[in-house]
Design a protein around this ligand. Structure first.
Ligand code: SP5
Ligand code: ZN
Length: 362
């Protein structure tokens, strides 16, 4: 028997299928670049949590019931079939297009009141579901997209069954995917699925706190008119030039029954631990004030100093401190979102998860 090594005791849910999505870059401002949402991200996180002693559990396949409660079936069907259609219709073999990328978007301005049709041509229909040029689809994408959802749902199951915390190590990420639209390297909303699953399992009040560096416009949209799922996010100010540009402003507070159940805290580029943790505290206090039977954390590590995708400057100590605050709030399913600096990504994740376990033990 090997000696018992005391370590990180949070269950990590994982599926090898999450490696099958190879976006093959992203088209940014008209130029195809290498992209940063790469399979190696999951590899470095997996190695780090294993080295820290965390138990790694396989994702359990789930049906589409919960998924269909947070996304339109048309979006799910599109993602399930578009790659096979793309190949069958010769876009790869005849036209040399090795990934699915849209080029026409039926914006409100273009339609000017006309109904959004569903064009027969595959290349004409893509913009109906995809809102940017950075979120490519290739041969194994669907398997990874669906495995990521199963990973999140399995983490939610563990929390529903009484675990203090569980972590879904999923990719592609999900928080930019809305009810009927995908973008921002996200296809289906893993965190929203976890929140919905916790509601179904009996948690009356679910809070989602999103600490990814970017605003989770998809999660916000899914729950915007609901009072039962609070969404709070701190992120680099979209008005200062950062994705998703069109959402994430402080005035977006929810609508109808959901009025007041949405909170955005945009931060100035350059914000470090002090300002970032103060914002985490605001969200934790607001969520606690509303009551939290179960918590979902959209765990993005891209607010870190070295990350290439955001100008925030959070340290590993900052991530640990945030984890402690979140762990104190209640049983928590943590869902992997962004985080792109491969050399520091594993350590940042372990710091955040160790903080969660320390907070949960208090
Ligand atoms: C889940 C998540 O973190 N999605 C982030 C999507 C934002 N991607 C914006 C990409 C903009 C182009 N990147 C240029 C990097 C130059 N250093
Ligand atoms: Zn992000």
């Amino acid at each position: 028997m090997p000696p018992q090594i005391p370590g990180l005791d949070i269950p990590v849910v994982w599926s090898e299928d999450c490696l099958r999505h190879e976006p093959g870059g992203e088209v940014w401002l008209g130029v195809r670049e290498q992209g940063t949402e790469v399979p190696e991200r999951a590899g470095v996180i997996l190695a780090a949590v294993r080295a820290a002693g965390a138990p790694v559990l396989p994702a359990v396949p789930h049906g589409d019931e919960v998924l269909s409660a947070v996304h339109d079936d048309a979006l799910i069907g599109h993602l399930r079939t578009v790659w096979a259609e793309w190949e069958a219709r010769g876009y790869v073999s005849e036209h040399g297009r090795d990934r699915v990328v849209p080029y026409v978007f039926p914006t409100a301005g273009m339609l000017a009141g006309l109904p959004a049709r569903s064009p027969a041509a595959t290349h004409g229909r893509l913009g109906l579901y995809c809102y940017d040029t950075m979120t490519l689809i290739g041969p194994g994408s669907w398997e990874a997209i669906r495995a990521a959802v199963d990973t999140a749902l399995t983490a939610a199951d563990l929390v529903a069954a009484g675990a203090a915390a569980a972590y879904a190590l999923c990719r592609p990420p999900g928080h930019h995917a809305g009810p009927a639209a995908y973008g921002g390297s996200c296809y289906l909303n893993n965190a929203a699925a976890a929140a919905q699953a916790l509601r179904r399992a009996g948690a009356e009040r679910v809070a989602i706190i999103d600490i990814d560096a970017h605003h989770g416009n998809g999660t916000q949209a899914i729950f915007y008119d609901r009072a039962d799922v609070y969404y709070g996010s701190l992120h680099v100010d979209p008005g200062a030039g950062w994705f998703p540009h069109y959402a994430g402003y402080a005035g977006e507070r929810g609508s109808g029954a959901g009025d007041g159940a949405n909170r955005n805290l945009p931060l100035a580029p350059g914000t470090g631990d002090a300002g970032w943790l103060a914002a985490v505290d605001v969200l934790c206090a607001e969520a606690a004030g509303r009551g939290v039977d179960a918590l979902v954390v959209s765990l993005g590590l891209d607010a870190a100093q070295a990350d290439p995708e955001s100008p925030l400057r959070v340290t590993s100590a900052g991530y640990r401190a945030a984890g402690e605050r979140l762990g104190r709030l209640g049983p928590v399913a943590l869902i992997q979102e962004g985080g792109y600096d491969l050399p520091s990504l594993g350590g940042l994740t372990v710091a955040a998860l160790a903080g969660v376990m320390a907070g949960a033990a208090e």
